[in-house]
Ligand binder design. Structure first.
Ligand code: FE2
Ligand code: FE2
Length: 199
């Protein structure tokens, strides 16, 4: 009888050990499945797309600042260029948090939007208010692209349980929205009215 009890105890202990040993590989498999899931791949692709876009926007904002007529708009572009550099480093943190390499994937949409901004510079007179009106519209197209992208990324990050990543992406989203509102303010307070009086 005593031997039987001892055997029972040792088999329970053995069972516990086996369960503990198998728990780690199982959870590893679960993580691996998540990393291989189509949604994770889509999330990473979208991050690579906006990582490319943010880098392209840093260069574009420099050209737009140089081309702008008013100091107010030049300052707005300069400030947002600094913010955009922060957006890039936040994205690098997000890549790290989800165990992925920070890589760029060409974003054709932003290439097209930036090209439109370059066309505005070519087709408007240097030193004119009309140029600033065009630059504001071009810059707001960039912001709206970013707002749409980050809005989606924040929600995806929350759904996938990446809370810290969602928080970082949301901070960037807020800055894109604030920039969009600031550009509207600049346009409506003076630039549009002054441009209307140009020949
Ligand atoms: Fe940005
Ligand atoms: Fe932006």
């Amino acid at each position: 009888m005593a031997t039987k009890t001892e055997n029972n105890t040792s088999s329970t202990v053995k069972k516990d050990i086996v369960e503990n040993l198998t728990q780690t590989p199982e959870s590893k498999d679960k993580d691996q499945n998540m990393a291989d899931s189509p949604l994770h791949k889509l999330f990473v692709d979208a991050l690579k797309d906006i990582y490319y876009a943010e880098n392209a926007i840093v260069d574009a904002l420099e050209k737009m600042e140089a081309a702008a007529t008013t100091e107010e708009l030049k300052d707005a572009f300069e400030d947002h260029q600094l913010q955009t550099k922060k957006h890039i480093s936040r994205l690098e943190k997000v890549f790290k948090m989800i165990g992925e390499q920070a890589e760029k994937k060409e974003c054709k949409a932003i290439v097209g939007i930036i090209k439109e901004g370059e066309e505005i510079i070519k087709s408007t007179e240097e030193g004119s208010m009309t140029r600033d009106v065009g630059l504001i519209i071009a810059a707001q197209k960039v912001e709206h692209y970013e707002i749409a992208t980050y809005g989606g990324l924040v929600q995806l990050a929350i759904t996938m349980g990446h809370e810290k990543a969602a928080d970082l992406l949301d901070r960037t989203l807020q800055e894109e929205e604030d920039t969009d509102l600031l550009l509207t303010d600049i346009a409506e307070s003076s630039i549009n009215i002054n441009a209307e009086q140009e020949d």
